[in-house]
Write a protein of this length. Structure first.
Length: 257
């Protein structure tokens, strides 16, 4: 059972309170919060499951829709999930307004508590299975190559990818990972700069990094080694070599304890 649940709502109604009470009776630790992004961000590290309660005809309120759009981006950046609670009659209009939330489960009102609890347990199981694997974040502006890395390693690791350095920093601020595979050459903010930014932040200072590069030139290698990453790989290497290097890193780390 998930230990902590946050119900996000812009409308603290009797219905929301009844959902809270139902979850409390099932043994959950429940927090009711508004749609303030800073408050939600603070809770992301300590909350197992988020529920978003959507009042009727939310799409008619541009300000509230704007807040939901910001919220959608925040969950996307942090790779966290959310369960939506709304009126089925509003579903199509809502998803047109906030298409970024289509991937998340939707529960119709009035809420069937057994269905809600089942969805919460499913989400907790998904997180448990995901957390059982080592977590890897790929930061690479080449979407096609980043997806190749994900496909090569998704059976063995919990691996996700972002396609620019600042999205990577945002992700790492909210989510602890076991390894970052970092593209050495990226526009605007390159890999070494991202690595230096990680070193400056307490939550990411000790996060291991493997650089990966289009170029295996001596100059690139020397610049990378000065930053002391765990390894420096070249994209032209075979998939087996890259996967093997990642596996070797984790095995070496495990044997060092």
């Amino acid at each position: 059972m998930a230990k902590s649940i946050a119900i996000i709502t812009s409308q603290f109604s009797v219905v929301v309170k009844s959902i809270e009470n139902g979850l409390l009776q099932e043994g959950y630790d429940v927090t009711l919060i508004g749609d303030n992004i800073d408050t939600i961000t603070d809770l992301m590290k300590t909350t197992d499951v988020f529920l978003l309660y959507l009042p009727d005809r939310l799409v008619d309120d541009p300000k509230k829709i704007y807040n939901i759009l910001l919220l959608s981006d925040k969950f996307k950046d942090s790779r966290r999930r959310i369960i939506l609670i709304g009126n089925d009659r509003d579903y199509d209009d809502f998803m047109k307004a906030v298409p970024g939330l289509k991937e998340f489960p939707w529960i119709n009102r009035p809420v069937n508590m057994l269905q809600l609890q089942s969805e919460i347990e499913h989400e907790e199981k998904r997180q448990t299975e995901k957390n059982a694997k080592k977590k890897i974040l790929v930061i690479d502006d080449d979407f096609v190559y980043a997806q190749k890395l994900v496909d090569w390693m998704k059976s063995s690791y919990s691996i996700e990818a972002v396609t620019d350095g600042m999205s990577g920093i945002t992700y790492l601020t909210n989510t602890k990972v076991d390894l970052v595979i970092l593209d050495f050459e990226m526009p605007v903010v390159d890999g070494p700069k991202i690595f230096e930014m990680m070193k400056m932040h307490p939550s990411t200072a000790s996060t291991p990094v493997i650089f990966i590069s289009e170029s295996g030139s001596k100059d690139s290698l020397m610049r990378a080694m000065r930053l002391k990453p765990q390894n420096f790989l070249v994209k032209s290497m075979a998939s087996q070599e890259i996967v093997g290097a990642v596996k070797e890193y984790f095995e070496t780390r495990a044997n060092s304890y």
